[in-house]
Design a protein around this ligand. Structure first.
Ligand SMILES: *[C@@H]1O[C@H](CO)[C@@H](O)[C@H](O)[C@H]1NC(C)=O
Ligand SMILES: *[C@@H]1O[C@H](CO)[C@@H](O)[C@H](O)[C@H]1NC(C)=O
Ligand SMILES: *[C@@H]1O[C@H](CO)[C@@H](O)[C@H](O)[C@H]1NC(C)=O
Ligand SMILES: *[C@@H]1O[C@H](CO)[C@@H](O)[C@H](O)[C@H]1NC(C)=O
Ligand SMILES: *[C@@H]1O[C@H](CO)[C@@H](O)[C@H](O)[C@H]1NC(C)=O
Ligand SMILES: *[C@@H]1O[C@H](CO)[C@@H](O)[C@H](O)[C@H]1NC(C)=O
Ligand SMILES: *[C@@H]1O[C@H](CO)[C@@H](O)[C@H](O)[C@H]1NC(C)=O
Ligand SMILES: *[C@@H]1O[C@H](CO)[C@@H](O)[C@H](O)[C@H]1NC(C)=O
Ligand SMILES: *[C@@H]1O[C@H](CO)[C@@H](O)[C@H](O)[C@H]1NC(C)=O
Length: 781
């Protein structure tokens, strides 16, 4: 399939696209990685720590007397392998490299045949630096230029799914400290053409790391996390290295590989599609929201939330759920959560009273557990916790089950586990014990699933994101800082690429829909300069759209561009992600790429055949850029297409090899938003569709549920709310047309684009929405 597709593009653009990944392996334990037959990565000597001492291959203290060929079958199919068996005294560690007949990837495996008793350096107990290292390495690569190419890198790291310490730069002997250790994540290495290699753990996500040793330059080591005290016999750690001709595609391929291993994929997709906090507009009270640790004057939170509801009712703002941030429960030592129940001064009649008044399902925030929490056996409670000096980690299936079950009594539908980084970094047990981290998150997930609750990860490190591929109910993750903390926290295009790969909806966090909302003592001077940008970014993310406005301050006209009249979010089929060009430009400042944010997304409408529509958002650009069709990651049918500026269907332009798209004046105040349509031929006619007016996603699978192609017509099946008005714009034989539909109680209408007419139908012929996380097209050059 992939090869076939590549061949097609090859013919179209007359450029070689394929990347050939191969290895140059020596029997003495070295393995260089080549792309298109030139060296990209040179292997660094394997080492392992055994009984507190580091044994290196280079100085022969790590001893291999043989390499073996072999073969086998795993999740990716048939493989051939070369295995090095290493000895340190009686300790045996097998390191294997598996190569496959299909797919552009290699798997590296460490197998601790005998186990290792003390896998940390002797110095470790006093100096916790080793927590940021690895107990051994395979693979390991030097940071240096490729044989013929300059290389750049993208290094996710730190909280917010690796967005808070994400780094981009050049991959060579001057590369400064990468974000590694417990905070590190998968690393992508690419050239100026977008050819990419990604290296990532393939399993044991909570207990594997990479370590950037000897920087600047130096080497990166992949292995079991450095804090691990011992490694049991037959413990296996795998890493995948894959290659692609595009950065975005490489992350997609990584996602596919992780999903193959986790097996959780169909269920996860189901939970993501049915998560009320992803499907519908909601009201949020997170950091930066007007009612974050703030209520109406002289009123309780309980009353304030009821007043938010009344205001929304009056204004017909269709919020469908409420998010309760960290202001409602009891805190203990170190501001950790002591008891996750409502404080009476906040909710005098319980969260139930708000739930009953509004009928809104609840999303609720939680923190790290304090060491004096009321649930732990150590404090007289009934559940098992692992205590460290600063935080406590639940290690008890029944604890999570009871917590979630209890919360269903007040309508919990989405559990937001925040502070995942602090819980992990401040609990030594999570850095020392190979299974505690996985058990903690799996038990949380299982209990949520049992109670039909989904989970948002917040402040997650990349390892939590990777782990979530095995936990179906984790449907979403925060992809940048809190709204209030950072002015440009809307820039989630790069982290959304990682989220999308993991099958997660990235969350931008809450926002204001109007600039001035005075009277909040917490943020007396706050203004939202770009409410439209905030709203469009949330809508294109596929994550929550959850404003946190003051009562009376919502810009309803702006906000409703996200949704239909009932608050159903009209979204694309994949989150908007930063284009390769933006990332390459960030790594290579001299590269002729766009200087700013340029993201793309796609809507897929299912019918007898799938029809795709493109979306391009450009903002915060310091200078203009002429974008050529083949430079995008859009599928090749967009290489000769029509582009419509937002809200100006009459200003359609061709977009092809001859006519680039001029990205000019795309700042934060005045972002540029474009919609791309393939040129569709029906009978004697050509059609290019803009879609629905006044929505940020004018062709969304939530609104357009089918496209019926006949011999001489194209019919769109629309669904909507009785009395809701929809205007669909398109070009018919180059002429701009609008068709207006007002939905009847049938909620379904068919519009004929050739006749320019609407027909209401009573029996909806609806295909189930199977919003796809399929691969994305290939980049041309
Ligand atoms: C393979 O690696 C060896 C040792 O680094 C080097 O001498 C040789 O040129 C390499 N061959 C290829 C095809 O890269
Ligand atoms: C292994 O290599 C590292 C880095 O070169 C060095 O610091 C260390 O001393 C070596 N260890 C042994 C046991 O030789
Ligand atoms: C390699 O060394 C180990 C331990 O010294 C020994 O048991 C094994 O037979 C050797 N294998 C080969 C192929 O020489
Ligand atoms: C809130 O209560 C204070 C003290 O009783 C009073 O001075 C103030 O006017 C009240 N504010 C409102 C808006 O009711
Ligand atoms: C966590 O609980 C499991 C199952 O009861 C137990 O085997 C394990 O030792 C516990 N982990 C820690 C670090 O206490
Ligand atoms: C759940 O509720 C029961 C009954 O009120 C209580 O005994 C238990 O401690 C609660 N458990 C959790 C984890 O909330
Ligand atoms: C689970 O929750 C979803 C979303 O709220 C709902 O549609 C579904 O009916 C629930 N399933 C069960 C078994 O309660
Ligand atoms: C880009 O964003 C930064 C940070 O918000 C801002 O300071 C700068 O003025 C913006 N530039 C443009 C051209 O929008
Ligand atoms: C269709 O609607 C758009 C947006 O309101 C308007 O700009 C355009 O002129 C209309 N076109 C026609 C042919 O009525």
């Amino acid at each position: 399939m992939l090869l076939l597709y590549l061949t097609t593009v090859l013919l179209l653009v007359q450029e070689s696209l394929a990347v050939e990944l191969n290895l140059n392996i020596s029997t003495s334990g070295y393995y260089n990685v080549n792309l298109n037959f030139f060296r990209w990565l040179q292997s660094a000597p394997t080492y392992f720590i055994v009984d507190g001492t580091r044994y290196n291959l280079s100085d022969k203290s790590l001893y291999s007397n043989a390499s073996y060929g072999g073969n086998g079958v795993d999740e990716f199919g048939f493989y051939q392998s070369i295995r090095y068996r290493y000895y340190v005294g009686k300790t045996i560690i097998d390191c294997s490299i598996n190569t496959y007949d299909t797919g552009n990837h290699i798997v590296f495996e460490q197998k601790f045949v005998t186990g290792v008793t003390n896998s940390r350096p002797q110095s470790c107990s006093g100096d916790l630096h080793c927590y940021q290292q690895t107990t051994g390495t395979f693979p390991s690569f030097y940071l240096k230029k490729g044989q013929v190419k300059n290389l750049g890198y993208l290094n996710f790291g730190g909280s917010m799914l690796g967005n808070s310490e994400v780094q981009t730069g050049q991959w060579d002997t001057t590369t400064a400290d990468l974000t590694d250790g417990m905070g590190g994540g998968p690393i992508a290495i690419f050239d100026e053409m977008g050819n990419t290699v990604i290296i990532s753990p393939l399993d044991n996500f909570m207990s594997s790391s990479f370590w950037h040793e000897d920087h600047p330059g130096g080497r990166i080591n992949f292995g079991v996390m450095g804090g691990a005290k011992s490694i049991p016999a037959n413990y296996r750690q795998r890493f995948i290295l894959l290659a692609s001709s595009s950065i975005n595609q490489a992350f997609q391929d990584l996602g596919k590989a992780l999903r193959k291993v986790s097996g959780a994929s169909p269920k996860k997709e189901f939970y993501r599609q049915n998560d009320v906090t992803l499907k519908y507009l909601g009201y949020w009270t997170d950091n930066g929201a007007y009612y974050y640790y703030n209520t109406e004057a002289n009123k309780t939170y309980e009353q304030t939330m009821k007043d938010v509801f009344d205001y929304a009712q009056r204004e017909k703002i269709p919020y469908r759920y409420l998010q309760l941030d960290s202001w409602w429960y009891y805190k203990g030592f170190g501001e950790g959560v002591k008891e996750w129940t409502a404080r009476p001064e906040v909710f005098p009649h319980g969260i139930q009273s708000v739930q009953q008044y509004t009928r809104w399902p609840m999303g609720a925030h939680n923190k790290y557990w304090s060491v004096d929490n009321v649930y732990a056996k150590q404090n007289g409670g009934k559940y098992n916790f692992v205590m460290s000096p600063i935080v406590a980690v639940p290690n008890d299936t029944s604890f999570w089950y009871d917590l979630m079950k209890n919360a269903t009594s007040w309508g919990l539908k989405m559990y937001e586990q925040d502070w995942l980084n602090i819980e992990t970094l401040f609990s030594h047990d999570l850095a020392e014990d190979l299974s505690l981290g996985e058990r903690w998150l799996t038990e949380m997930g299982n209990a949520a699933e049992f109670n039909n609750i989904t989970i948002q990860y917040c402040m997650s490190l990349p390892r939590h994101g990777l782990m979530s591929t095995k936990i179906p109910v984790v449907t979403q993750a925060r992809a940048s800082e809190d709204y209030h903390v950072q002015e440009d926290q809307w820039k989630i295009g790069v982290s959304s690429m990682f989220a999308y790969a993991l099958g997660l909806a990235p969350s931008k966090d809450t926002f204001w829909t109007s600039t001035i909302q005075n009277g909040n003592p917490k943020y007396p001077k706050k203004q939202e300069l770009w409410p439209a940008l905030q709203t469009v970014v949330a809508t294109l993310s596929m994550g929550p759209v959850g404003p946190g406005d003051m009562i009376g301050a919502t810009n309803k006209d702006l906000l409703m561009r996200c949704c239909n009249m009932e608050g159903l979010i009209l979204k694309p089929s994949r989150p908007a992600t930063a284009m390769d060009l933006q990332i390459i430009k960030a790594a290579f400042p001299d590269f002729n790429g766009p200087d700013g944010q340029v993201w793309t997304s796609l809507s897929e409408i299912y019918g007898d055949k799938t029809t795709q529509f493109g979306i391009l958002l450009a903002a915060n650009m310091s200078k203009p850029y002429k974008l050529r069709a083949y430079q995008t990651e859009f599928p090749y049918q967009f290489y000769d297409s029509i582009v419509f500026p937002y809200n100006k269907p009459e200003a359609a332009m061709p977009f092809n090899g001859k006519y680039p798209l001029n990205l000019n004046g795309c700042t934060s105040d005045q972002f540029c938003l474009f919609y791309l349509s393939p040129i569709i031929i029906v009978g004697q006619h050509t059609i290019a569709i803009y879609g629905e007016h006044d929505k940020f996603v004018p062709m969304s699978p939530q609104r357009v549920t089918d496209i019926i192609y006949t011999e001489d017509d194209m019919v769109l099946q629309l669904v909507g709310v009785p009395s809701e008005k929809v205007v669909v714009s398109y070009l018919l034989d180059g002429m701009q047309k609008n068709v207006t539909t007002v939905f009847s109680t049938s909620r379904t209408a068919h519009i004929s684009l050739v006749l320019g007419k609407t027909k209401h139908v009573t029996i909806a012929h609806q295909r189930p929405f199977t919003g796809s996380f399929n691969g994305f097209g290939k980049r041309g050059v």
